[in-house]
Design a protein around this ligand. Structure first.
Ligand SMILES: Cc1cc2nc3c(=O)[nH]c(=O)nc-3n(C[C@H](O)[C@H](O)[C@H](O)COP(=O)(O)OP(=O)(O)OC[C@H]3O[C@@H](n4cnc5c(N)ncnc54)[C@H](O)[C@@H]3O)c2cc1C
Length: 434
């Protein structure tokens, strides 16, 4: 006898686990399947887990602001025990440098004004007061380390920034996924680990379940692809790639961890900073370290890879990012032993995710999260649940997309924004910033 479920969720990362939690609360008997040994052991565990509200589109901003409230109210949202304790949201705020490259944040400020998102305008003195280790010389455009002009400041300086107080980071992204697993299990959800989905089953023109690598079958009228960087492979198994105008690919990323300079406690006094002048973002990291990620400048080649066959060692990309950040923090010590993370984004053409149905009835996808959707996991789980309810009730998501209410900020968004069949969104930053 094959095992059965109301919905099979492929992938137990943060969005997969949040989808299980939200669907289980609505009465679906979900079964999450992951080839890893525990929840959140894929790219979620390598996530920088930054929670921020500044996005280039109004819809992206609204979704992220809604997402913030679930982290702020994490224990209330879960309403469940976890024997490992709860992940913590460190609400440091986020400073974004105003530069010509981001048009001095004009559209971001307009989005925040439209959504009543709080922010403060900081001049150079205020920035230096908060971050005395910062030198505000301008280094634009970003260069590779072997470029002769690397580290040479131009005549300009960064003169201002926008501080968003409703931002920070989650200290343990894997634990937060485990929290969601336990909360989902409290509503009857089940999780199956160390099992690989190898086939999508179909019957009568719709999905009917999955086959696992050990040959066993699980029968379900709904299957959801939340497989992160393996999303395109799962879509290929389901045969649903043809009608998609937006596709997904695995992109390799390196994240740098370096110690804070002597005399400054970055872990306690630091905050999230997005700095397009040096094409780096950063946040505090445990042990008084600074985490430095890349904002994907054009001079860096994109490392598109196979999700299971890629170089997991640091390369000169690590060194380039560390030295780019040292332009801003001249006292930064860069250890010879490289520390940090090598992991994968699942990226779409416009760096905006796909939350949608597919050409195969009953088969859905929450993919293409492009390095920027950890923060949105709880609301993405709610959106997927509502979208599945809507489609399974016979509505045509492609012609009449669901209007979805964001409960905290009390605003509707058009879920067609996340369609697999959309035009490439030209308002995007075309980077991890979304
Ligand atoms: C380096 C890095 C930094 C990031 N920083 C941020 C940030 O600061 N803020 C932010 O909001 N977002 C960030 N992100 C993005 C965020 O982490 C992702 O959007 C999020 O973790 C994706 O979660 P997911 O549920 O899609 O699953 P993933 O974590 O992508 O996991 C997918 C799961 O699917 C499983 N799977 C795949 N194929 C199969 C199969 N055939 N059978 C069974 N299981 C399968 C895998 O084992 C894996 O566990 C970052 C991502 C990375 C990589």
């Amino acid at each position: 006898m094959a095992r059965t479920a109301d919905a099979v969720i492929i992938g137990a990362g943060i969005i997969g686990a949040a989808s299980a939690f939200e669907m289980a609360k609505k009465g679906y008997k979900t079964l999450s399947i992951d080839k890893n040994p525990a929840a959140g052991y894929g790219p979620t565990s390598g996530s920088c887990a930054i929670i921020r509200v500044h996005y280039s589109t109004l819809e992206g901003t609204a979704f992220a602001y809604e997402g913030y409230f679930y982290w702020r109210e994490w224990a209330e949202y879960l309403a469940a025990e976890d024997e490992r304790g709860l992940a913590q949201f460190k609400e440091t705020g986020c400073l974004v440098m105003c530069t010509a490259q981001n048009d001095f944040l004009r559209s971001h400020i307009a989005n925040c004004d439209a959504l009543n998102i709080p922010y403060e305008l900081w001049d150079a003195d205020r920035i230096t007061q908060q971050m005395p280790i910062y030198d505000l010389k301008s280094f634009w455009p970003p260069k590779r380390l072997d470029d002769d002009g690397f580290g040479e400041a131009g005549g300009e300086r960064v003169k201002s920034g926008v501080f968003f107080p409703t931002a920070g980071y989650v200290n343990d992204p894997q634990l937060s996924t485990h929290n969601l697993q336990r909360a989902a299990e409290a509503h009857g959800a089940e999780f199956l680990f160390k099992q690989r989905v190898s086939e999508i089953l179909k019957e009568g023109g719709r999905v009917s379940g999955v086959r696992l690598a050990d040959g066993s079958e699980i029968h379900a009228p709904v299957v959801i692809n939340v497989a992160g960087p393996a999303s395109a492979k799962i879509n290929a198994l389901a045969g649903v790639l043809e009608d998609m105008t937006i596709t997904t690919r695995a992109l390799r990323q390196e994240v740098v961890h370096v110690p804070s300079p002597a005399g400054f406690d970055f872990e306690k006094q630091g905050l999230v900073v997005s700095d397009s002048d040096i094409s780096c973002y950063c946040r505090p990291e445990g042990g008084n370290h600074i985490l430095v990620g890349s904002e994907d400048p054009e001079c860096d080649p994109k490392d598109w890879v196979d999700d299971e066959d890629y170089d997991r060692e640091f390369t000169d990309q690590w060194t380039t990012q560390a030295y780019r950040y040292a332009q801003r923090v001249p006292e930064l010590g860069i250890p010879s032993r490289k520390r940090g993370v090598v992991d994968l984004y699942d990226v779409t053409e416009d760096w905006i995710p796909i939350y949608d149905r597919s050409a195969l009835d009953g088969f859905y996808m929450a993919i293409g999260t492009s390095g920027n959707q950890f923060k949105n996991a709880p609301i993405a789980g709610k959106l997927m649940t509502a979208l599945i309810d809507y489609c399974e009730a016979g509505n045509d998501q492609d012609s009449t997309p669901l209007a979805f209410r964001l409960p905290f900020i009390d605003r509707d968004i058009d879920t067609g924004f996340y369609s697999r069949k959309r035009e490439i969104n030209q308002e995007s930053s075309f980077s991890v910033l979304g």
